[in-house]
Design a protein around this ligand. Structure first.
Ligand code: C5P
Length: 227
């Protein structure tokens, strides 16, 4: 890739396909993908491992966050998340972490610390970051901002397929997962700090009827149009 390297933000609700889209867009452009949700998950895992009682998490101090030794390490077209020098990935997606991460994401000290980590990683551009507030709070001046949406049942279906491989989920499974997602959306949209909303100037892409290739192509075109 020649020419200037943009910061591209992709925000949207749980299960809208942000991370997989961001990963593919980064590959297509020779950029690097930064999964901000993985950072919030890493802090949640760190808090679970720390032994600090859950009712005290909201008072967590900067020094305690730094002790977790969470690093974003460039690796090809992605950033790995390391804790204490070890790459973490699957353990970030455990139900224990997933259930607690929206609460952890409302702690101001956590958001502030992760905001700085994200800005440092994206210095110089060439980064596709996905999350909930990346186009509104973390990178309000990003060159290209995308807001991804999809119908809730579609999001639930995708989540289940992702988790359970090729097994087609039953309608009951889909309904149950849709309720879980709606609950998480509510927590992310109604919190006071950095709520999920469409960033000003964002391109909105509803992926309900799009193939994965189509949704990736829309974002890639927008970035090429900018550069
Ligand atoms: O995208 P993912 O499901 O990994 O995000 C996990 C949680 O982290 C979200 O439900 C949200 O509460 C929080 N998050 C956030 N801001 C971001 C990314 C994630 O608050 N930029």
């Amino acid at each position: 890739m020649t020419g200037p390297m943009a910061v591209v933000t992709i925000d949207g609700p749980a299960g809208s396909g942000k991370s997989s889209t961001a990963r593919a867009v980064a590959r297509a452009l020779g950029y690097r993908h930064l999964d901000s949700g993985a950072l919030f998950r890493a802090v949640t895992l760190g808090l679970l491992r720390s032994g600090i009682p859950e009712e005290e998490w909201s008072e967590v101090k900067l020094a305690q966050l730094e002790e977790m030794k969470i690093e974003l390490v460039p690796s090809g077209t992605r950033f790995d998340v390391e804790m204490d020098g070890i790459v973490v990935d699957r353990e970030l997606r455990s139900p224990d972490v997933t259930r607690r991460v929206p609460g952890v994401a409302t702690i101001p000290a956590v958001r502030d610390w992760l905001l700085r980590r994200q800005r440092a990683a994206a210095k110089g551009g060439g980064v596709v970051v996905d999350g909930r507030d990346t186009g509104t709070v973390v990178f309000p001046d990003a060159a290209v901002k995308v807001f991804l949406t999809a119908g809730i049942e579609e999001r639930a279906r995708r989540r289940l397929l992702q988790d359970e491989g090729a097994e087609p989920p039953t309608r009951r499974d889909v309904r149950r997962e849709a309720e879980r997602l709606a609950d998480r959306d509510r927590q992310d949209e109604t919190r006071e700090i950095a709520p999920l909303r469409r960033p000003e100037g964002a391109i909105e892409v509803d992926t309900t009827g799009l193939s994965f290739e189509e949704q990736v192509a829309r974002v890639v075109e927008a970035v090429r149009g900018w550069g």
